[in-house]
Design a protein around this ligand. Structure first.
Ligand code: ATP
Ligand code: MG
Length: 487
């Protein structure tokens, strides 16, 4: 009591209200009725291996939640009392990753088919008032943090969370009650400390502990609340009012979270099959703006035909188990800016350099904060710069284009433009056929193209054909804008 008063006088944040550890309930297969055939063999193998070495090990988190409500989990996480080093020693291909939250990635298979099972060690519950406090953030206090296992910043945001503890404490530190259950696929038991099973049945998303404190400890939980509400909306899940109440007022806390983590969370909102539902949730919860600048742009543009089509397409692809690329979606979201800049500049210079300059401007204005992501930016650039090349259907250029590594992404982008009337459907159909045709058929197709289709402006409107102009050679030896293109 006296300590609390002194803390208050010193302006320290109020003691995090300690979440009750809850009473351990063991729920048998007969009651929870999980279909164990939905459990991934590799996750099963991780659990079995750890148990055979004498450790406790369970499938945990979202996979248990999904299994309980009859969904096929998209990934499997395992929780154990083995330390990261002990886990690593149990598997041939296992890597300790993370600083804020150290975990082990156990990897199965290679290439596109590879699967990662994330294994986390049970964490101890720690009051953030007992944690070591650093004055800066994870960047400015890197050195100080390197020796710390539990550290917070001045606002109570957790910067290091690497103190191991028992299972009941681990459960209390998880976010939602439905995400805090442990499933032993070998015995079939589910361990539940926070009435997660009850909440799953009642279709409630309830934060464990005091929601405002939990958002302060880790503001990313705000975005997670939106994501789960969107994902589980069709099953009738709602965010419990007490959990929802501090959400909007807590959005400002996200300003301190590293950009890269926010970027990843944004992608999870948009690329896990519930993009449109997530945007709906953001609006419903009064958080349409302020989570992350690029996400603001997505929300602003959700009703634009092209962005809407891109988001729908992404949701559909994820639903069908097909891969999706962040570069593609972001290229779609920012296309309006690129197109506008391209159009403006093409009055003064040839189409291709005009497009390149427009792209540079968009990167500077919109995604400076993820500039470290070289591959992402490179892929976006390639998708955009490929667009004028689709108009050139003569000579050897089309043969070169279909051989490009990123042809498919560029083509899918063009197909989407055709869907919203920005380019001719006929052009999209032609390239679809051309890309899979034999060389002989391709030659025939090129001959049949003549006369060239009417040129199309960067904004999609057709232009009356003029006498061919002499063009300057495109800069950087890049692709020509094509004789029939006016940007
Ligand atoms: P998804 O279906 O998207 O994988 P998930 O619930 O499994 O959802 P993960 O990010 O895979 O989410 O995390 C696994 C589990 O780890 C969560 O279910 C939750 O118990 C815990 N967890 C993850 N992130 C947090 C967080 N920021 N705060 C508290 N607990 C978290
Ligand atoms: Mg998961």
């Amino acid at each position: 009591m006296i300590k609390k008063m002194i803390d208050r006088l010193l302006g320290k944040p109020a003691a995090a209200s300690k979440p009750p550890f809850g009473k351990r309930r063991v729920i048998s297969e007969k009651e929870h009725r999980i279909d164990h055939t939905l459990v991934d063999d590799r996750a099963l193998n991780v659990v079995r291996t750890l148990q055979e070495r004498g450790f406790e090990a369970y499938i945990v988190g979202g996979a248990v939640r999904d299994l309980l409500v009859g969904l096929k989990p998209k990934d499997f996480d395992v929780a154990t009392n083995a330390t990261p080093e002990e886990v690593k020693a149990c598997f041939r291909r296992a890597f300790i990753i993370g600083r804020r939250f150290r975990i082990v990635h156990v990897v199965y298979g290679r290439g596109r088919e590879h699967e990662v099972i994330e294994v986390s060690t049970f964490r101890a519950y720690l009051d953030s008032n007992d944690a070591e406090q650093v004055s800066g953030n994870e960047r400015t206090s890197k050195k100080a943090l390197s020796n710390m296992t539990h550290a917070v910043d001045a606002s109570g945001r957790v910067l290091r969370d690497n103190v191991w503890g028992p299972q009941d404490e681990d459960a209390a530190r998880r976010d939602f009650t439905v995400n805090a259950m442990y499933y032993d696929p070998l015995t079939g038991d589910v361990i539940d400390y926070h009435h997660g099973l009850e909440d799953a049945k009642k279709r409630v998303l309830r934060m464990i502990g005091d929601p405002a404190t939990r958002y302060r400890e880790d503001p990313v939980r705000i975005i997670r609340a939106v994501r789960f509400a969107a994902k589980l909306n069709n099953l009738g899940f709602k965010i419990e009012p007490r959990t929802a109440k501090p959400l909007k007022a807590s959005v400002g806390l996200l300003a301190d979270v590293p950009q890269s983590r926010l970027f990843d969370e944004m992608l999870k909102l948009l690329q896990t099959g519930h993009a449109l539902a997530s945007i709906e949730q953001l609006k419903t919860l009064g958080m349409a703006r302020g989570i992350y600048p690029l996400l603001d742009v997505v929300v602003e543009r959700v009703d634009a035909d092209f962005v809407q089509a891109a988001l729908q397409d992404t949701d559909r692809r994820v639903g069908e188990g097909k891969p999706v690329a962040p570069s593609f979606l972001l290229a779609c979201v920012l296309w309006a800016d690129v197109r506008e800049g391209w159009h403006l500049r093409s009055a003064e210079m040839p189409a291709f350099p005009a497009l390149q300059e427009a792209i540079e401007d968009v990167f500077n204005a919109r995604i400076g904060d993820v500039s470290g992501r070289g591959k992402l930016a490179g892929d976006m650039r390639e998708i955009w710069t490929m667009q004028p090349r689709f108009d050139k259907r003569s000579g050897s250029a089309p043969f070169g284009l279909v051989e490009q590594a990123r042809f498919r992404a560029g083509f899918d982008f063009m197909r989407l433009r055709a869907e919203v009337g920005e380019v001719d459907e006929e052009l999209a159909d032609w390239w679809e056929t051309f890309s899979t045709a034999s060389d002989d058929t391709r030659v025939d197709m090129l001959q049949a193209v003549k006369p060239a289709p009417r040129a199309v402006r960067a904004d999609g409107t057709p232009v009356a054909r003029k006498r061919p102009r002499r063009r300057r050679k495109p800069a950087n030896g890049g692709p020509s804008s094509g004789g029939d293109v006016a940007a």
